[in-house]
Design a protein around this ligand. Sequence first.
Ligand SMILES: [Zn+2]
Ligand SMILES: [Zn+2]
Length: 423
Amino acid sequence: MLARLPKGTSDILPSQIDYWYYLENIIKKVLQNYGYREIRTPAFEHTELFVRGIGEATDIAQKEMFTFQDRKGRSLTLRPEGTAPVVRAYLEHNLSRENPLTKLFYIGSMFRCEKPQAGRYRQFNQFGAEAIGSPLPIIDAEIIASSLAVYRQLGLTDLKLMLNSVGCRECRPQYLKVLKDYFREKKDLLCADCKQRYEQNPLRILDCKKEQCRIVIKECPSIFDYLCTDCANHFNTLKYYLDSIGITYQINPLLVRGLDYYTKTAFEIVSQQLGAQNAVGGGGRYDYLVEELGGKPTPAVGFAAGIERIIETMVKQNIKVPVWDGIKVFVAVTGQEQIITALSIANQLREKGISSEMDFLGKSLKSQMRTANKLLVPYVLILGPEELKEEKVTIKNMADGAQEEISLDNVLPYLQKCILKNR
Ligand SMILES: [Zn+2]
Ligand SMILES: [Zn+2]
């Protein structure tokens, strides 16, 4: 058991890490270009933050949180999502003081105690952006544009933007009433989860994926018939902005997102190449969350995306990422008497930005050459007793096998010339 992963977790091995570096770099670059600054919050928070911030009636708060008590009996929870912690930090550090519109992004691990299934992990990684402080649909358009820009930079294709409005405090209660009326007679046809949702938050029935529920949902009343003027205007203006900057979308009145704090805009970006779990990201407006977490009423909008899901899509689309270009120089010795000189040469090379390796296992020269071959290094330095007496080393070019002797003083400039010119 000691050498086994806990259920629902995964290792990212050196052979896979280049995807992560690439992704993280693109995320940072693109979101910074859009004016977002990175924020890093802790992996766990007070449980209450998520109960309030996600909504008690959600699956996450009810079944999926990793909650534990510290030694003093305080209830803590590993963060299941990134927005509530960002808003907590925004309030705690009074970030709006610096700028009435605060634009933040994050990258990090999230934790949900879900039943492990294909493509779902208990510890998984997300990135997201939050724009806190503006009620205007122009910032909704920008959040959508910035998330699409990340995917475009990554080279992802075949993505579709799904768009909806989930209304506000004024108009949603009326729609919920109509929805409840509609589902009342058909309650027996719904799955067990949806029967519970019917009592707590009937809106959430709309995104049930079970076939028996999909049939009932298909005929249900549309929220667009119940939006108030403010919500309808917001939605129409957002569509106008998206049209104006050439972003295409599909309106989906069944798109509700899993969290209670969403208002007005809700969106999802789906990959047409993934199976049932086809969303690669999504978000929306959450005008009541800041208030719910103890701040003054502050409108906000954001999005989040699962990194594992994106990498899965990149692999499916055969997107190549820049890979580590490996070790450039192997410093080989003919005996242990040369080991200190080897170490010193290797360190000097590393300081000049030339990656270097040497033998740490006391192997023979022949075996060291095999290691160098396996590492695919372009150059091997060979240090022998004769050469050192004359303050020289042998440089072997592994591409053509050519060897030449050069003085110790010349090693650095020589290799810099050879290696850096090939970059
Ligand atoms: Zn409304
Ligand atoms: Zn259902």
